[in-house]
Design a protein around this ligand. Structure first.
Ligand code: ZN
Ligand code: ZN
Length: 194
């Protein structure tokens, strides 16, 4: 399926935060459906309903530009070294996630934000699928790993990793203070998940 890359607007549910996914096409990332408890807990922690899975488009942060309302961005994490999970403090929309090291150019943006999700094509990776025996498995992971690795490596070599709205690339710190969710709060949320 060939699609011409184009810039796709995104917005939080209340419209305070708006931005653009630049040059969106299936070729610039992985459209992943993640079934893991962390992603689900992140939705609930942000004030969203529990959902069996979340759809995320994983690409490099230079593709993401905030046009308006970036002061409403907030970030939390389920541990001192866990993924950074970004959401909108205005309405609780989940924006996406990044790693803690900005030199590893990676962002997963929630596809619900995109005004035209068709531009990124269908889901190609399923992560942490629960099987009948209670184990989890992945589908499409080889493509996923290769895609993430090659895009990150290219961003590192070219210096493109410095083009990120999520970090101060001088200090290598996130642009917001990270709120680490207390373990007890996390346990309470996990207990609520269906
Ligand atoms: Zn997940
Ligand atoms: Zn909002």
């Amino acid at each position: 399926m060939f699609k011409t890359p184009r810039d796709v607007p995104f917005r939080c549910s209340c419209g305070t935060i708006t931005g653009t996914l630049r040059g969106a096409s299936p070729a610039i990332g992985n459209h992943t459906e993640c079934f893991c408890k962390d992603c689900r807990a992140a939705e609930v922690y942000s004030g969203q309903p529990d959902t069996p899975s979340v759809k995320i488009f994983q690409t490099t942060p230079d593709r993401i530009v905030f046009d308006q309302g970036a002061d409403q961005l907030a970030v939390f994490s389920f541990g001192e070294t866990n993924l950074l999970r970004w959401h909108a403090s205005c309405c609780g929309s989940v924006i996406g996630n990044t790693l803690r090291n900005p030199k590893i150019a990676f962002v997963g943006i929630r596809t619900t934000l995109l005004t035209d999700p068709d531009t990124i094509g269908p889901v190609t990776t399923k992560a942490f699928l629960q099987t009948a025996n209670g184990k989890s498995q992945h589908k499409g992971m080889a493509r996923f790993v290769w895609g993430v690795f090659t895009r990150m490596a290219a961003a590192r070599v070219t210096g493109r990793w410095k083009d990120t709205p999520f970090f101060n690339t001088e200090t290598l710190k996130p642009v917001r203070d990270v709120q680490v969710v207390p373990k007890a709060k996390r346990a309470e949320i996990t207990a609520q998940l269906r």
